[in-house]
Design a protein around this ligand. Structure first.
Ligand SMILES: [Zn+2]
Length: 267
């Protein structure tokens, strides 16, 4: 249980046990040296971790509500794709601003230090290839039982990419995955990881799958069949984060989304 503040044996100050040194006297934290804490992932203040999750989750929730609301207005609004593209872009720009502000306010040096090792990006590419392979396998397997069709989330992404490719590249390819990694891995997973590794993994994977689920879709069966591939994708990204930290999981997620974007354009 790493939620409790650690008492420094040297000066008696209380501090977050995920820190490498006591912030008061700079004596090394023996928990940190014993590697009981994975310093690649548990580097933000617990309040910042909750803040990243709640901030990102609330904005993603608002986006889903707005898109559902837009469906009811579809007769009044001529171009649904233009509306979706605007809503998605505005949401992710607000999200990166808000999440970036939380990082800027708390331990930004710790945060930035996680992006300096080249090896993490190379592992990120390996996880991205794994992601492509396992999601193709899951897709092939589910298509044995259910004729493959895009779920609501994918249909929106396809229309957005085909009509506004440059904007979609930045928003769906880069901004979206970075926001999702900050919300679900740096935020939710890292916070729950302080309590229990397996709980953190299970909750993160399930929450990640269901934010890609459209509860108002006309074809609910189709939405449900898309869930296994999101669970597998969430599991691979969470493993990437646990293994090498945020540079790795962000590389995997960004590259995977760009790959998916290029596949849409080519089709
Ligand atoms: Zn101290």
């Amino acid at each position: 249980m790493l939620l409790k503040r650690k008492k420094c044996p040297n000066c008696g100050a209380y501090y977050d046990p995920t820190l490498e040194k006591c912030p008061a006297c700079h004596k090394h934290n023996e928990l940190y040296l014993n590697r009981e804490i994975n310093d690649k992932i548990a580097f933000m203040h617990p309040f910042a971790q909750i803040g990243l999750f709640l901030g990102g989750f609330a904005l993603a929730g608002m986006l889903i509500i707005e898109i559902i609301f837009a469906l009811f207005l579809k007769n009044a609004i001529a171009d649904k794709t233009a509306l979706d593209a605007t809503l998605i872009s505005c949401t992710y720009i607000t999200m990166i601003g808000g999440l970036g502000f939380i990082v800027f306010l708390t331990r930004r040096k710790h945060f930035l230090s996680k992006y300096t090792r080249k090896i993490d990006y190379i592992y990120g590419l390996a996880y991205m290839i794994t992601l492509i392979l396992v999601s193709s396998l899951v897709g092939a397997f589910t298509s044995l039982f259910h004729e493959a069709a895009n779920n609501a989330n994918q249909s929106t992404a396809v229309a957005f990419s085909k009509n506004y490719p440059l904007l979609a590249f930045f928003v769906i390819g880069i901004l979206g995955p970075i926001c999702e990694e900050l919300t679900y891995r740096v935020g939710l997973y890292s916070f729950l990881r302080r309590i229990n590794k397996y709980l953190a993994f299970a909750v993160t994977v399930i929450v990640f799958a269901f934010i890609h689920f459209d509860f108002d879709a006309t074809d609910m069966v189709n939405e449900l069949w898309a869930i296994p591939s999101y669970i597998v994708a969430g599991a691979v990204l969470t493993l990437a984060y646990e293994h090498r930290g945020p540079a790795c999981s962000m590389t995997a997620h960004v590259c995977y989304n760009i790959f998916a974007f290029l596949t849409i354009l080519a089709s």
